[in-house]
Ligand binder design. Structure first.
Ligand SMILES: Nc1ncnc2c1ncn2[C@@H]1O[C@H](COP(=O)(O)OP(=O)(O)O)[C@@H](O)[C@H]1O
Ligand SMILES: [Mg+2]
Length: 278
């Protein structure tokens, strides 16, 4: 751990803005095994934070813990002012309605049309009448350039289009926060950039807070108001892309300057680079 990093061990973030995700001394893991320790993060309303870290560094584990799907091994979490792990089932389901999730392998239901997939959360959690649901779905599809695809099956649209549909499904209840785990994984660079711009647009239009796991520098440059970097089980640094380009930590600086060979040789963060190649 580089103690010269101003944010290491301190809360990540600052200012008086509305904090929508807050964790203190959070320990995440499975059973007796801690994967991440002493995580302190503040995420502010309306910002897009990208989580960066090598394969197996605990990014998905952190997201699952934050949304309440995995119990923390220590420390505290507040999402929109409440601890998701202290809620009863009803309260937790209410909180989940205020957060949207795009999971890495969280595919659409293959046997349901685009329309049925998107309208599912509305049917499950609200009593919005069908004609209004139709209007909402139509409007959201138009917003991401998918006008008229309501009645297609997921197998009959492209990978990039499926991801946009998944984003609409995750955001159809107008959540305060979207958690997205490698949303552009598996897409070609052009489709990935397209999705990144759509995410950015959603943030601009709806002031949605987004926590996005990605290790593509191109995505980070489009998306990130702030980057939180995980390494060796902890937050190694955080800041804007410009700040991290000038980081005191050489491996971080190299990553943000696309200086892969040095990055690899330095040992630190080599896993991030390996990950980017896969
Ligand atoms: N269900 C699980 N039970 C035990 N260990 C797990 C489980 N899921 C993931 N892990 C371990 O936790 C570590 C972090 O995994 P993960 O959060 O998926 O990393 P990332 O998303 O950064 O690639 C890995 O070592 C992985 O093997
Ligand atoms: Mg993962």
């Amino acid at each position: 751990m580089d103690t010269s990093s101003p944010s290491t061990g301190e809360e990540v973030g600052g200012g008086d803005r509305d904090v929508v995700v807050k964790c203190r001394n959070l320990v995440c893991g499975y059973g007796d095994t801690a994967i991440l320790e002493d995580i302190n993060i503040d995420i502010y309303r309306g910002e897009i934070v990208t989580l960066l870290g090598g394969s197996g560094s605990g990014k998905s584990t952190l997201l699952k813990t934050l949304v309440g799907l995995l119990p923390p091994l220590g420390g505290t979490i507040e999402i929109l002012g409440t601890d998701p792990h202290e809620l009863n089932e009803h309260e937790h389901s209410r909180l989940l309605r205020r957060t949207g999730m795009m999971f890495q392998h969280g595919a659409l239901f293959g046997s349901q049309t685009v329309y049925e997939n998107i309208s599912l959360p509305l049917r499950e959690h609200t009593d919005v009448p069908e004609p209004v649901i139709e209007e909402m779905v139509r409007m959201k599809l138009a917003l991401v350039g998918l006008r008229g695809l309501e009645h297609r099956m997921p197998s009959d649209i492209s990978g990039g289009q499926r991801k946009r549909v998944a984003l609409i499904r995750a955001s159809i209840l107008d959540p305060d926060i979207i958690f997205a785990d490698e949303p552009s994984a598996g897409l070609d660079p052009i489709a990935a950039a397209g999705l990144d711009h759509v995410l950015r647009r959603f943030q601009d239009l709806f002031n949605m807070t987004m926590i996005v796991v990605t290790h593509e520098l191109e995505s980070i440059e489009i998306l990130a108001d702030r980057v939180v970097m995980l390494e060796d089980g902890e937050v190694v640094t955080s800041g804007s892309v410009d700040e991290l380009r000038d980081s005191e930590i050489e491996s971080v600086r190299n990553f943000f300057h696309r200086n892969a060979p040095d990055y690899l040789e330095s040992g630190r963060g080599a896993s991030v680079w390996t990950d980017m190649q896969s």
